[in-house]
Design a protein around this ligand. Structure first.
Ligand code: NI
Ligand code: MN
Length: 233
């Protein structure tokens, strides 16, 4: 499997013949300086964890252009259909949806999900994390935006994810310290990748140093990829 961090919570995963984008916030992201066409080329699936703009991002444009299937909660899927998206694969917390070669399970997240358009509040369901299982790859948990919660231990027990993507930026999500606490207390990751930091200056943690420090000596490897650096794992 190949993983590429695209900044913020956006990740590109290549596993088998699937090319998956999670939370593709690209054009509007202050830190995404990559080749938009290149990183969205050949995408087969887009997973959206919740309805905030910094996660939905460019989903509609990419899905319409590439024909990628969108996997998200029911409210976000139907909202995106109103923006021209035709291939949707909706679910909700606790459910697993087949996505061709792999499956996505929607997990709980302690956060919110709505957005505002033209002064009108739009309800976009509950926020989720996701577990991705592919027969040829290690099981992945992408937490979306969330605080730490005790039922993370159930996610570990049920799904045994080996690779975790956890938000560490603080203010809107867990901080470096609480995310490290979650890793130690609730998971058995081989590798954990910090996300949701450095994007908005003055608002989020500027780097992953605190997270790396908080996990020093722990069995889980902290992988801090450079932006756009493809890592084979
Ligand atoms: Ni959010
Ligand atoms: Mn966010």
């Amino acid at each position: 499997m190949k993983l590429t961090w695209l900044g913020h919570s956006a990740v590109r995963l290549e596993m088998g013949s699937s090319v998956i984008l999670i939370d593709p916030f690209l054009k509007g992201s202050p830190t995404f300086k990559g080749d938009y066409e290149a990183v969205t080329a050949g995408v087969t699936h887009i997973i959206v964890t919740h309805g905030h703009d910094d996660h939905v991002g460019d989903t509609a444009e990419i899905a319409v252009r590439t024909g990628a299937q969108v996997i998200s909660n029911y409210e976000i899927c139907t909202w995106l259909c109103g923006q021209g998206v035709t291939k949707i694969n909706p679910g909700n917390t606790g459910g697993t949806v087949p996505c061709g070669e792999f499956t996505v399970t929607f997990t709980q997240a302690l956060h919110s999900s709505g957005t505002v358009k033209d002064g009108q509040s739009i309800y976009l369901g509950n926020p989720n994390g996701v577990v991705i299982k592919h027969p040829k790859a290690q099981t992945i948990y992408h937490a979306g935006d969330t605080d730490v919660f005790g039922d993370m231990t159930i996610i570990d027990e049920l799904h045994r994810p080996k690779i975790g993507f956890l938000p560490i930026g603080d203010r809107f999500t867990m901080s470096a310290e609480t995310a490290a606490f979650a890793v130690k207390r609730f998971f058995n990751f081989e590798t954990v990748v910090p996300i949701h930091y450095a994007t908005f200056e003055g608002y989020l943690a500027p780097n992953a140093d605190g997270f790396v420090k908080a996990l020093a000596g722990h069995k889980t490897r902290v992988l801090v990829p450079d932006l756009l650096e493809a890592v084979t794992i």
